[in-house]
Design a protein around this ligand. Structure first.
Ligand code: SF4
Length: 458
């Protein structure tokens, strides 16, 4: 049984006072939302615990992007039924994209769930919990504001902090649930973001990653000329902040002004995560992506010309309805043409309510799998080549901590966000642990297709 799975048989008969166990599924935006809800619950006197058995409140922060993620959450909710039968005082809440999408249907299927809280409402979690004193269930999924201190997380330690700077999306890619689960695009006030970053830097954070579904569209809804480029300039002035990153971008919103700003500002990571999704114009049209293969390739050229050494990352979906062998070959040739430093590859999963639901999910699973594996293998080859070209080069590495796979090494990220490891103890026998949180020059000596190995430049 995994550590997070509820163990009904060992559940205590007494409910501990105000303790919360949260499990987060899906993307970085969800992880950031979990930090925010934990901050609001902390304000209300809750203490985070590491298991269902210790908790008086269990929260699942859910993902609806793929059926697989939802199936996992359904399994978790089902397993909680006997736990709740033994401990009727236990509160169970579902938040995130699946909560937003399914609303009351979650309560109908799992009556032991107390709360269903949408993607714009979880900041009110303490009040919603209070209202359970007079109601059996609470379902709160209205879209609302994205302003004020309620949206600030409280983090106490770390190197990198993730800050949502916008929510929702105004694109309507035909396969995507985000416009339904997170609503229309809303940008956060830049002054409030700056305040939050200043506090994080005061707390010792070295890097801030700005989050949005289409983060390069930041500012459009503010209507006052604010752009992601102007926000980067504003945050770049903060003394003590060492590195700034942002994810995820839509190719249509990457302006020359943004590329020039990234090139000009030394603290801004030279790294762009810009999903291509497919290399076939026919599939891109059916996906509603609003760019052609040529336009994507022109963006790559612009980025590489304006930001020397920029590292590009992409996402791909394989097995979209009617994806032919030729369409797939076009995706392979796009990858060959660009040679990304990294790619995430997903098998298409039909989602209820999306426009693509009207298309037949007609690519057999084994074909989806084979295409997925093909792209993953190709990415490893490209990555190996990208990394090999860096042998002998010096990169500015933000040291994040001990390597997870080898305690004798430290790991960090280059300005292009590539994973680099270096010895934890120098040739002089002195530990490099005090470098954690600093940016240091590292000469790359060798690599595998996943990791760069180097050492400090004297
Ligand atoms: S740009 Fe498309 S894929 Fe990305 S969040 Fe918006 S609708 Fe979804």
């Amino acid at each position: 049984m995994p550590a997070h799975a509820p163990d009904a048989s060992s559940a205590s008969a007494t409910t501990p006072d105000k303790t919360v166990y949260i499990e987060t599924f899906g993307c970085q935006m969800n992880s950031a939302d979990s930090e925010v809800v934990l901050a609001r619950l902390g304000d209300a006197g809750y203490r985070q615990v590491g298991s269902v058995d210790e908790a008086s409140l269990v929260l699942y922060n859910t993902c609806a992007v793929r059926d697989h993620a939802e199936a996992k959450i359904r399994g978790r909710l089902g397993a909680l039924k006997p736990v709740k039968a033994k401990r009727p005082g236990l509160r169970i809440g579902v938040m995130g994209c699946m909560a937003q999408r399914e609303k009351d249907a979650i309560i109908q299927r799992y009556p032991h769930v107390d709360l269903v809280v949408g993607t714009d409402q979880f900041v009110r979690m303490p009040q919603l919990l209070e209202s359970l004193e007079t109601r059996d269930h609470v379902v709160e999924t209205a879209f609302g504001d994205f302003e004020g201190k309620l949206w600030e997380a409280r983090r106490t330690e770390g190197i990198n902090a993730w800050i949502p700077i916008m929510r929702g999306c105004n694109y309507n890619c035909t396969y995507c649930v985000v416009p339904f689960t997170r609503g229309r695009e809303k940008s956060r006030d830049p002054a409030q973001i700056e305040d939050e970053v200043r506090r994080l830097v005061d707390d010792g954070f070295a890097q801030v990653t700005l989050l949005g579904q289409t983060v390069d569209a930041y500012g459009k809804t503010l209507g006052d000329g604010t752009t992601l480029a102007s926000l980067l300039r504003r945050l770049h002035r903060i003394e003590g902040l060492k590195r700034l990153r942002f994810v995820t971008s839509h190719p249509k919103d990457i302006t020359d002004e943004l590329l020039d700003t990234i090139a000009e500002l030394p603290k801004v990571a030279k790294h762009l995560h810009v999903p291509a999704q497919s290399g076939s114009d026919r599939i891109l049209r059916m996906m509603g992506r609003r760019y052609t293969r040529d336009e994507y390739l022109r963006f790559v050229e612009r980025a590489r010309t304006k930001i020397p050494g920029v590292e590009l990352l992409s996402d791909f979906i394989v097995g979209f309805p009617r994806e032919s062998d030729q369409d797939f070959a076009a995706t392979v040739s796009l990858m060959d043409a660009v040679r990304f430093a990294g790619s995430y590859v997903f098998m298409y999963s039909q989602r209820p309510g999306t426009p693509a639901e009207n298309l037949p999910d007609d690519i057999p699973n084994e074909v989806k799998k084979a295409r997925c594996n093909h792209l993953l293998d190709l990415q490893l080859v490209h990555q190996g080549e990208v990394y090999a070209k860096l042998h002998g080069a010096i990169r500015q590495v933000l040291v994040e901590g001990a390597s997870k796979s080898d305690d004798a090494m430290l790991h960090g990220r280059s300005e292009g966000n590539l994973n680099i490891v270096l010895p934890r103890v120098g040739a002089d026998g002195i530990s490099r642990d005090p470098l954690i949180g600093s940016i240091v020059p590292v000469r790359i000596a060798r690599s595998t297709s996943l990791t760069l190995f180097g050492d400090l430049v004297a």
